[in-house]
Design a protein around this ligand. Structure first.
Ligand SMILES: *Cc1c(COP(=O)(O)O)cnc(C)c1O
Length: 355
């Protein structure tokens, strides 16, 4: 039986998507060829890329609104660099909410002045800074919507007139937001959308072309827009599986549907963390992530017992990030509510046997 996969990334994917992906490896579209041995310029694959790009805009409600969707290489990490390369003229504002924001800030510093408008680094990123001011003359404001490592999530995005750029790697397609407020969204596929190897970038075209520096072709959003995300050979398999996952989500009822499920899953687990005297949450309650729940045992001597119990229950991927420790339950879109119930049952069994 498949394990209850709470892995933080690469993430759990829907079983039916894995089945279709496996079929396509052997025989794609009944063409008697594998998906990964045909030209990316073949009709069959161009249709996949077109579908993936249009599904991304459709799910976000951004069709015909001046946005382009791209599937690029290099992970979300390359976007830390590309965002600054393409958009940072003089100075940019960044919110530092975790490991990933910190890395984005580091990359941007090579291109201009970086104003850190807020940071929760002093408290191990256990909360989201609020009430900060974004300078009106900043080229853009960059934030991370969900902090995969610490387990916090921005619930309300700041109102600003400067372009809003957001790393949504670990909560893309998980909750309804007014996506039109954002000018550029990026997400590494492997957290909530597909396998590692491609990154979704959704960019409002009008924000491009404003910096004077020469941008290398591969690092220019305009290159990839002009070439319909086929400037070079795209990551055909990750794009295909991401497309299948987006189609799966659309068929279920889109973001509106999955947000309800995600809310239920998160409530089930956080209620148990708060109720059960053997556990405690790590981050500020109002900033808790619906995707990555981080928690600790109140008594560390129970660690061996608890670890044995959840492993025996068929749970995978519950250990916290190496920089934080403790536990992290990642409840991405494809994780069923039932898996969270299994984890909660284990937590209750531990309580019964030790109190
Ligand atoms: C994992 C992650 C990244 C890094 O993604 P790569 O695709 O490995 O470069 C960036 N931002 C967030 C929020 C992440 O969770």
């Amino acid at each position: 039986m498949k394990k209850h996969n709470f892995s933080a990334g690469p993430c759990i994917l829907p079983q039916e998507v894995l089945q279709k992906a496996s079929d396509a490896i052997l025989n794609f579209n009944n063409d008697d060829l594998s998906l990964i041995e045909i030209s990316h310029r073949s009709k069959s694959f161009v249709a996949v890329m077109d579908k993936a790009r249009s599904l991304a805009l459709e799910l976000l409600g951004l069709e015909n609104k001046g946005y382009k969707a791209l599937f690029l290489h290099g992970g979300a990490s390359l976007e830390f660099l590309m965002v600054a390369y393409n958009l940072l003229h003089k100075k940019a504002a960044y919110l530092n909410t975790g490991t990933w924001s910190d890395k984005a800030i580091k990359e941007a510093k090579a291109f201009g002045e970086v104003i850190e408008v807020g940071s929760s680094k002093d408290k191990g990123y256990a909360y989201i800074p609020k009430g900060f001011t974004i300078p009106a003359d900043a080229d853009y404001f960059h934030c991370t919507s969900n902090n995969t490592v610490a387990g916090t999530q921005i619930k309300e995005f700041p109102k600003t007139d400067v372009p809003l750029i957001c790393d949504m790697s670990s909560d893309i397609f998980s909750r309804q937001l007014d996506f039109e407020k954002f000018d550029l969204i990026y997400a590494g596929a492997q957290k909530n959308m597909g396998p590692a190897g491609t990154t979704l970038v959704v960019v409002k075209e009008e924000i491009l072309g404003k910096v004077e520096r020469h941008i290398p072709s591969m690092l220019s959003y305009q290159t990839h827009i002009e070439k319909d995300s086929m400037f070079n050979t795209p990551a055909v398999f990750p794009v295909y599986v991401s497309m299948l996952t987006m189609q799966w989500l659309k068929d279920l009822g889109g973001i509106q549907f999955i947000e309800e499920v995600n809310t239920k899953k998160a409530a089930l687990l956080y209620d148990e963390i708060d109720r059960n005297p053997l556990f405690k949450g790590i981050v500020a309650k109002e900033d808790r992530s619906t995707m990555n729940a981080t928690f600790n045992l109140t008594d560390d001597s129970l660690k061996k017992t608890f670890d044995k119990m959840w492993t025996a229950a068929g749970i995978n991927g519950l250990n916290g990030h190496r920089s934080v420790g403790g536990y992290r339950a990642s409840m991405y879109n494809a994780l069923p509510l039932y898996s969270v119930q299994v984890l909660v049952d284990v937590m209750q069994t531990l309580e019964k046997s030790h109190l």
